[in-house]
Design a protein around this ligand. Structure first.
Ligand SMILES: [Zn+2]
Length: 499
């Protein structure tokens, strides 16, 4: 029986050691298993013991980590792994001598022994899972592999050696770069379970299958396939990057979660798509992001800090989802919880859903009911003295613009009131008049359209927006649907079915 625990964590679990590893616990191996030996395991299962504890079942799919800097580990290697592949004689194999090799992992050929060079470590069936426990460039000390030597057809000077993971074989791993690996594992020690993240020959960590939520402070250099969920603190306008005459659009989003914040650079099409419907206070889910390696920052002579960048581009499969403005989310009683306005305000909720009546409407902050925006980025446009349209966000002159509403509502649900700026595209749904139709109406007709919504009950998604410059807090309605519509009837239907 061995006790396992994560580095930096107080939790531990007992595991039955597979009998093939028992020699490591014998006297001849000294305290091999006792001095915080690190192991990598796959393909094991847990069971509940009669007294209620959890234990892991024995598995052959276990490798032991050795350290090059540890004297005892070095002695362990030199005492036991003194053979080289070139000394393997066919006669020795026939005599069933046991071998122990120290080899560098280049590839693990699985069910493929057609390779001419080096030796192949062959893994069969369920053993294939073992390949995930060591990486390209790792050193492997292979204890008692099943060895075969074959002379290649027509070549007297060439032969191929095959090592198989047999019933007595034990693999010890000297990781390619143990310091980097420790960095990663320690930074995630706050989480109850830890997962190995594959790292390729260039040291890139792939988070594609990482099952836990990754927090911003856990980001490290050279990661790919990262998914982050957080609140938008700032949307940074296009700062095109020019290299050898080619101009590429570059946008930025400053995102925060409960652990911290980071700036994310979004290139070209995905940058434009993500920022066109992301506004301060919105909750965004970004997937397919990556980080660069560490790069020095700051001016010469001043403090130079080594940092890394977080970025997304189409080639990486980056996607952005705005959860706050998702009407699908709002309309699904299974996904959202309706809160009382008074409670949401008292709890200083960053994002909440409410059912409330529109008690009054007012013009937007600019003092008008509609504004012109750039259709590509959904940001207000400026008109120059020469009547040319300019988009400050995209940093370019533009030819077309479109009209959109800019309104403020007071929402009242009898427990409290909340004044909200009405977000992009939200007023259209409530007014049922498109902005382009609206601007063609006479002023009194416009007022009629707006007055008609007073008293209307809506379900809305609201975000709390903190303005860093003015240090003020405001609220924005990011999605809305009119109550008593299909949502209400669906809900009633579901309740009837459930009842
Ligand atoms: Zn624009």
């Amino acid at each position: 029986m061995v006790t396992l625990s994560d580095p930096g964590s107080r939790r531990s679990i007992d595991m039955y050691l597979h009998q093939k590893f028992c020699f490591l616990a014998d006297e001849c191996a000294g305290d091999f298993l006792e001095k915080h030996r690190q192991v990598r395991i796959t393909g094991t299962r847990s069971v509940t013991t009669p007294v209620g504890g959890t234990r892991l079942l024995p598995t052959e799919h276990m490798v032991f980590l050795l350290s090059e800097s540890d004297d005892q580990d070095k002695k362990f290697l030199s005492d036991r792994f003194d053979e080289s592949l070139s000394h393997v004689a066919a006669a020795d194999v026939e005599e069933e001598r046991s071998f122990a090799f120290l080899v560098k992992r280049l590839h693990v050929y699985v069910n493929d022994t057609s390779v001419e060079e080096n030796a192949c470590l062959v893994l069969w069936d369920e053993q294939i899972g073992l390949a995930s426990l060591f990486r390209k460039g790792d050193w492997l000390a292979i204890w008692r592999p099943y060895v075969t030597v074959e002379r290649q057809a027509g070549r007297d000077d060439k032969r191929s050696i095959t090592l198989e993971y047999g019933s007595q074989t034990v693999i010890f791993v000297i990781p390619m770069d143990p310091t980097k690996e420790m960095e990663l594992m320690c930074s995630m020690a706050s989480q109850p379970s830890q997962h190995a993240v594959p790292r390729d020959a260039q040291g890139i960590l792939d988070f594609k299958w990482y099952p836990n939520r990754l927090l911003i402070t856990e980001l490290a250099p050279k990661m790919i396939n990262i998914t982050i969920f957080g609140k938008v603190l700032e949307v940074i306008a296009n700062m095109p990057f020019e290299n050898e005459g080619i101009k590429v659009s570059r946008y930025g989003i400053r995102l925060t979660d409960e652990s911290g914040y980071c700036d994310i650079t979004l290139w070209d099409d995905i940058g434009q798509a993500a920022t066109s419907n992301a506004f301060v206070g919105d909750w965004l889910l970004l997937e397919g992001l990556a980080t660069t390696e560490r790069v020095a920052r700051g001016q010469p002579g001043k403090l130079v800090k080594k940092r890394f960048d977080v970025f997304g581009k189409v080639e990486l499969g980056t996607k952005a989802w705005n959860v706050s403005s998702s009407t699908g989310f709002l309309c699904s009683p299974f996904l959202r919880n309706i809160m009382r306005v008074s409670a949401a305000l008292a709890e200083k909720r960053h994002n909440f859903y409410c059912r409330a009546v529109i008690s009054t409407w007012a013009e937007g902050k600019c003092g008008r009911t509609t504004i012109s925006i750039h259709p590509r980025c959904n940001r207000p446009v400026e008109t120059t003295d020469e009547a040319v349209l300019y988009c400050p966000f995209c940093a370019q002159f533009i030819e077309e613009c479109k009209v959109t509403y800019t309104l403020r509502f007071v929402l009242d649900d009898a427990t409290g009131c909340c004044e909200v700026d009405v977000g992009l595209g939200v007023a259209e749904d409530i007014l049922a008049v498109t902005p382009s139709e609206f601007v063609r109406l006479a002023l009194d007709e416009q007022r009629e359209v707006l007055d008609a919504i007073i008293g209307k009950e809506i379900e809305g998604s609201i975000v709390r927006v903190y303005d860093h410059k003015d240090q003020t807090i405001s609220f924005r309605l990011t999605a809305a649907c009119v109550s008593g519509s299909s949502v209400q009837s669906t809900k009633t239907l579901i309740q009837n079915l459930a009842g």
